[in-house]
Design a binder for this molecule. Structure first.
Ligand code: SIN
Length: 285
Protein backbone atom coordinates (compact mmCIF):
# COMPACT_ATOMS: atom_id res chain seq x y z
CA UNK A 1 0.00 0.00 0.00
CA UNK A 2 1.33 3.49 -0.85
CA UNK A 3 2.29 5.70 2.11
CA UNK A 4 0.53 9.00 2.87
CA UNK A 5 3.57 11.06 2.06
CA UNK A 6 2.88 14.72 1.32
CA UNK A 7 5.40 17.06 -0.27
CA UNK A 8 4.93 20.82 0.12
CA UNK A 9 7.35 23.25 -1.53
CA UNK A 10 8.65 25.94 0.82
CA UNK A 11 10.03 28.38 -1.74
CA UNK A 12 10.14 28.49 -5.55
CA UNK A 13 13.92 28.01 -5.81
CA UNK A 14 14.50 25.23 -3.27
CA UNK A 15 13.20 23.55 -0.14
CA UNK A 16 10.21 21.34 0.59
CA UNK A 17 8.60 19.95 3.71
CA UNK A 18 7.78 16.27 3.71
CA UNK A 19 4.85 15.17 5.83
CA UNK A 20 3.63 11.69 6.76
CA UNK A 21 6.86 9.78 7.12
CA UNK A 22 8.59 8.43 10.21
CA UNK A 23 12.19 8.21 9.08
CA UNK A 24 13.02 5.69 11.80
CA UNK A 25 10.53 3.29 10.12
CA UNK A 26 9.99 4.54 6.58
CA UNK A 27 7.39 2.70 4.47
CA UNK A 28 8.92 0.62 1.71
CA UNK A 29 7.87 2.91 -1.15
CA UNK A 30 8.85 6.19 0.53
CA UNK A 31 12.59 6.36 -0.27
CA UNK A 32 11.96 6.44 -3.99
CA UNK A 33 9.56 9.38 -3.58
CA UNK A 34 11.87 11.17 -1.17
CA UNK A 35 14.75 10.86 -3.61
CA UNK A 36 12.55 12.17 -6.40
CA UNK A 37 11.54 15.12 -4.17
CA UNK A 38 15.22 15.72 -3.39
CA UNK A 39 16.07 15.99 -7.08
CA UNK A 40 13.22 18.52 -7.48
CA UNK A 41 13.68 20.66 -4.35
CA UNK A 42 17.38 20.12 -3.36
CA UNK A 43 16.68 20.37 0.39
CA UNK A 44 13.98 18.54 2.35
CA UNK A 45 12.64 19.09 5.86
CA UNK A 46 11.05 16.43 8.06
CA UNK A 47 9.36 17.62 11.24
CA UNK A 48 8.80 15.80 14.54
CA UNK A 49 11.26 12.97 13.94
CA UNK A 50 12.50 10.89 16.87
CA UNK A 51 15.93 9.64 15.91
CA UNK A 52 18.63 8.10 18.06
CA UNK A 53 22.18 8.54 16.73
CA UNK A 54 22.04 4.98 15.37
CA UNK A 55 18.77 5.74 13.58
CA UNK A 56 20.20 8.95 12.10
CA UNK A 57 23.12 6.89 10.78
CA UNK A 58 20.61 4.43 9.26
CA UNK A 59 18.73 7.28 7.57
CA UNK A 60 22.04 8.66 6.28
CA UNK A 61 22.95 5.30 4.73
CA UNK A 62 19.70 5.33 2.76
CA UNK A 63 21.21 8.23 0.77
CA UNK A 64 24.58 6.58 0.16
CA UNK A 65 27.87 5.75 1.84
CA UNK A 66 28.61 7.71 5.00
CA UNK A 67 31.55 10.12 4.74
CA UNK A 68 33.65 10.69 7.85
CA UNK A 69 34.68 14.33 7.46
CA UNK A 70 38.14 15.66 8.33
CA UNK A 71 39.11 18.58 10.63
CA UNK A 72 36.18 18.32 12.99
CA UNK A 73 36.01 16.32 16.17
CA UNK A 74 33.33 13.65 16.12
CA UNK A 75 31.16 12.30 18.90
CA UNK A 76 33.27 9.85 20.92
CA UNK A 77 30.73 7.06 20.62
CA UNK A 78 29.70 7.81 17.03
CA UNK A 79 32.69 8.78 14.87
CA UNK A 80 30.40 9.47 11.88
CA UNK A 81 28.40 12.15 13.72
CA UNK A 82 29.44 15.73 14.46
CA UNK A 83 27.74 17.78 17.16
CA UNK A 84 27.01 21.26 15.77
CA UNK A 85 26.90 23.06 19.09
CA UNK A 86 27.10 26.60 20.39
CA UNK A 87 26.76 26.98 24.14
CA UNK A 88 24.75 29.75 25.76
CA UNK A 89 27.89 31.33 27.23
CA UNK A 90 29.71 31.53 23.87
CA UNK A 91 29.08 35.15 22.91
CA UNK A 92 30.56 37.27 20.10
CA UNK A 93 32.06 34.24 18.43
CA UNK A 94 31.66 32.89 14.91
CA UNK A 95 29.48 29.85 14.58
CA UNK A 96 30.05 26.70 12.54
CA UNK A 97 28.70 27.23 9.02
CA UNK A 98 28.11 30.95 9.58
CA UNK A 99 29.26 32.01 6.08
CA UNK A 100 27.73 30.78 2.81
CA UNK A 101 29.38 27.52 1.73
CA UNK A 102 28.99 24.10 0.20
CA UNK A 103 30.20 21.45 2.65
CA UNK A 104 33.88 20.51 2.24
CA UNK A 105 34.02 21.70 -1.38
CA UNK A 106 37.83 21.57 -1.05
CA UNK A 107 37.81 17.76 -0.94
CA UNK A 108 38.52 15.92 -4.20
CA UNK A 109 35.14 14.24 -3.74
CA UNK A 110 33.00 16.60 -1.65
CA UNK A 111 29.97 15.18 0.18
CA UNK A 112 26.75 14.82 -1.80
CA UNK A 113 24.25 15.13 1.05
CA UNK A 114 24.34 16.51 4.58
CA UNK A 115 21.80 15.57 7.26
CA UNK A 116 21.25 17.86 10.22
CA UNK A 117 19.00 16.79 13.09
CA UNK A 118 17.87 19.37 15.65
CA UNK A 119 18.06 18.48 19.34
CA UNK A 120 18.16 21.75 21.26
CA UNK A 121 17.36 25.21 19.93
CA UNK A 122 17.04 28.84 20.94
CA UNK A 123 13.43 29.92 21.41
CA UNK A 124 14.06 32.40 18.58
CA UNK A 125 16.88 32.59 16.01
CA UNK A 126 19.41 30.03 14.78
CA UNK A 127 17.60 29.50 11.46
CA UNK A 128 19.43 28.13 8.42
CA UNK A 129 19.33 29.44 4.84
CA UNK A 130 19.94 27.54 1.61
CA UNK A 131 20.51 29.03 -1.86
CA UNK A 132 19.89 27.15 -5.11
CA UNK A 133 22.96 27.17 -7.31
CA UNK A 134 20.89 25.89 -10.24
CA UNK A 135 18.99 29.17 -10.06
CA UNK A 136 22.20 31.12 -9.57
CA UNK A 137 23.60 29.61 -12.77
CA UNK A 138 20.37 29.82 -14.77
CA UNK A 139 20.04 33.53 -13.96
CA UNK A 140 23.43 34.50 -15.35
CA UNK A 141 23.65 36.10 -18.79
CA UNK A 142 24.49 33.90 -21.78
CA UNK A 143 27.86 35.67 -22.05
CA UNK A 144 28.75 34.99 -18.40
CA UNK A 145 27.78 31.33 -18.75
CA UNK A 146 30.11 30.96 -21.75
CA UNK A 147 32.90 32.60 -19.73
CA UNK A 148 32.39 30.46 -16.60
CA UNK A 149 31.62 27.04 -18.12
CA UNK A 150 35.26 26.03 -18.83
CA UNK A 151 36.79 27.66 -15.72
CA UNK A 152 38.13 25.92 -12.64
CA UNK A 153 38.72 27.55 -9.28
CA UNK A 154 41.10 26.72 -6.46
CA UNK A 155 39.39 25.57 -3.29
CA UNK A 156 41.18 25.05 0.00
CA UNK A 157 40.44 24.16 3.61
CA UNK A 158 42.33 27.18 4.93
CA UNK A 159 39.39 28.13 7.10
CA UNK A 160 39.89 24.88 9.02
CA UNK A 161 43.68 24.90 8.87
CA UNK A 162 46.58 26.90 10.11
CA UNK A 163 47.22 29.04 7.03
CA UNK A 164 45.21 31.75 5.31
CA UNK A 165 42.90 34.53 6.38
CA UNK A 166 40.90 32.60 8.98
CA UNK A 167 43.85 30.87 10.66
CA UNK A 168 43.35 30.86 14.41
CA UNK A 169 39.86 32.39 14.13
CA UNK A 170 37.72 31.67 17.14
CA UNK A 171 34.86 29.35 16.28
CA UNK A 172 32.47 27.96 18.87
CA UNK A 173 34.71 25.85 21.14
CA UNK A 174 32.10 23.15 21.24
CA UNK A 175 32.74 22.26 17.59
CA UNK A 176 36.26 21.03 18.37
CA UNK A 177 38.16 21.98 15.22
CA UNK A 178 41.20 19.80 14.62
CA UNK A 179 43.76 22.41 13.61
CA UNK A 180 47.10 21.71 12.00
CA UNK A 181 45.90 18.83 9.84
CA UNK A 182 48.60 18.49 7.18
CA UNK A 183 45.96 18.22 4.45
CA UNK A 184 44.25 21.42 5.51
CA UNK A 185 46.48 23.69 3.42
CA UNK A 186 46.18 21.62 0.27
CA UNK A 187 44.68 23.37 -2.75
CA UNK A 188 42.45 21.67 -5.27
CA UNK A 189 40.98 22.88 -8.57
CA UNK A 190 37.24 22.29 -8.93
CA UNK A 191 34.96 23.24 -11.84
CA UNK A 192 33.28 26.64 -11.36
CA UNK A 193 30.12 25.19 -12.89
CA UNK A 194 29.29 21.58 -12.11
CA UNK A 195 26.86 19.25 -13.81
CA UNK A 196 24.66 17.47 -11.31
CA UNK A 197 25.09 13.69 -11.73
CA UNK A 198 21.38 12.96 -11.12
CA UNK A 199 19.47 15.88 -12.65
CA UNK A 200 21.98 16.80 -15.38
CA UNK A 201 21.43 20.49 -14.50
CA UNK A 202 24.27 22.98 -14.27
CA UNK A 203 24.97 24.58 -10.88
CA UNK A 204 27.41 27.29 -9.84
CA UNK A 205 30.09 25.74 -7.59
CA UNK A 206 32.00 28.53 -5.83
CA UNK A 207 31.63 29.82 -2.27
CA UNK A 208 33.19 32.56 -0.14
CA UNK A 209 34.59 30.16 2.49
CA UNK A 210 36.65 27.78 0.39
CA UNK A 211 37.03 29.27 -3.13
CA UNK A 212 40.22 31.34 -3.41
CA UNK A 213 40.97 32.18 -7.07
CA UNK A 214 40.52 30.98 -10.65
CA UNK A 215 43.01 28.43 -11.93
CA UNK A 216 45.60 30.18 -14.11
CA UNK A 217 44.82 33.65 -12.66
CA UNK A 218 46.11 35.54 -9.64
CA UNK A 219 43.92 36.11 -6.55
CA UNK A 220 43.86 39.85 -7.46
CA UNK A 221 42.67 39.12 -10.99
CA UNK A 222 40.07 36.67 -9.70
CA UNK A 223 38.65 38.77 -6.87
CA UNK A 224 36.21 41.06 -8.76
CA UNK A 225 34.50 38.21 -10.60
CA UNK A 226 34.46 35.97 -7.52
CA UNK A 227 32.95 38.78 -5.44
CA UNK A 228 30.24 39.22 -8.05
CA UNK A 229 29.53 35.47 -8.08
CA UNK A 230 29.41 35.19 -4.27
CA UNK A 231 26.82 37.99 -4.13
CA UNK A 232 24.86 36.74 -7.11
CA UNK A 233 24.80 33.15 -5.79
CA UNK A 234 22.98 34.12 -2.60
CA UNK A 235 20.29 36.47 -3.95
CA UNK A 236 17.16 36.29 -1.80
CA UNK A 237 15.06 34.84 -4.62
CA UNK A 238 17.35 31.78 -4.84
CA UNK A 239 16.94 30.94 -1.15
CA UNK A 240 14.70 29.24 1.38
CA UNK A 241 14.84 29.55 5.15
CA UNK A 242 14.16 26.97 7.85
CA UNK A 243 12.96 27.73 11.33
CA UNK A 244 14.07 24.67 13.27
CA UNK A 245 12.19 22.89 16.04
CA UNK A 246 13.49 19.98 18.11
CA UNK A 247 13.02 16.84 16.01
CA UNK A 248 13.41 18.59 12.63
CA UNK A 249 15.70 16.78 10.21
CA UNK A 250 17.03 18.64 7.15
CA UNK A 251 18.68 16.79 4.28
CA UNK A 252 20.36 18.82 1.55
CA UNK A 253 22.30 18.35 -1.63
CA UNK A 254 25.67 20.12 -1.52
CA UNK A 255 26.10 19.66 -5.28
CA UNK A 256 23.52 22.33 -6.08
CA UNK A 257 23.13 24.43 -2.90
CA UNK A 258 25.01 26.81 -0.64
CA UNK A 259 23.92 27.16 2.97
CA UNK A 260 24.42 29.47 5.94
CA UNK A 261 23.74 29.12 9.68
CA UNK A 262 22.44 32.42 11.08
CA UNK A 263 24.39 33.41 14.18
CA UNK A 264 21.77 35.52 15.96
CA UNK A 265 21.15 33.64 19.22
CA UNK A 266 23.89 34.61 21.69
CA UNK A 267 22.83 33.54 25.16
CA UNK A 268 21.04 30.36 24.00
CA UNK A 269 22.26 26.82 23.45
CA UNK A 270 21.88 25.27 19.97
CA UNK A 271 22.70 21.61 19.35
CA UNK A 272 22.23 19.56 16.19
CA UNK A 273 23.72 16.26 15.02
CA UNK A 274 25.27 16.25 11.57
CA UNK A 275 26.09 13.37 9.23
CA UNK A 276 27.35 13.42 5.63
CA UNK A 277 27.09 11.20 2.58
CA UNK A 278 30.06 10.61 0.28
CA UNK A 279 29.93 12.34 -3.11
CA UNK A 280 31.66 12.19 -6.47
CA UNK A 281 34.44 14.22 -8.08
CA UNK A 282 32.68 17.35 -9.46
CA UNK A 283 32.42 17.35 -13.24
CA UNK A 284 32.20 20.50 -15.36
CA UNK A 285 30.10 21.03 -18.52
C1 SIN B 1 26.46 23.53 8.66
O1 SIN B 1 27.02 24.35 7.95
O2 SIN B 1 26.50 22.34 8.41
C2 SIN B 1 25.71 23.98 9.90
C3 SIN B 1 24.39 24.56 9.53
C4 SIN B 1 23.62 24.96 10.76
O3 SIN B 1 24.10 24.83 11.88
O4 SIN B 1 22.50 25.45 10.59
Amino acid sequence: MASELLIQALAPACGAEIFGVDLANPPADSMHRIQHAMAQHSVLFFRDQKLTPVQQLDVTRRFGTILRVPYIQHLDEYPDIIAVLKEADERNISTFGGTWHSDFSFLAEPPSFTLLYALELPSLGGDTLWASQYHAYDNLSAGMKVLLDPLRAIQTAWPHGTKGPAAGARVSRSIGMVRGDSEADREIAQPVVRVHPVTGRKALFVNPVYTQYFEGMTPEESRPLLQFLFQHATKAEFTCRLRWAPGTLAIWDNRCLLHLAINDYDGSRRLLHRTTVAGQRPVGP
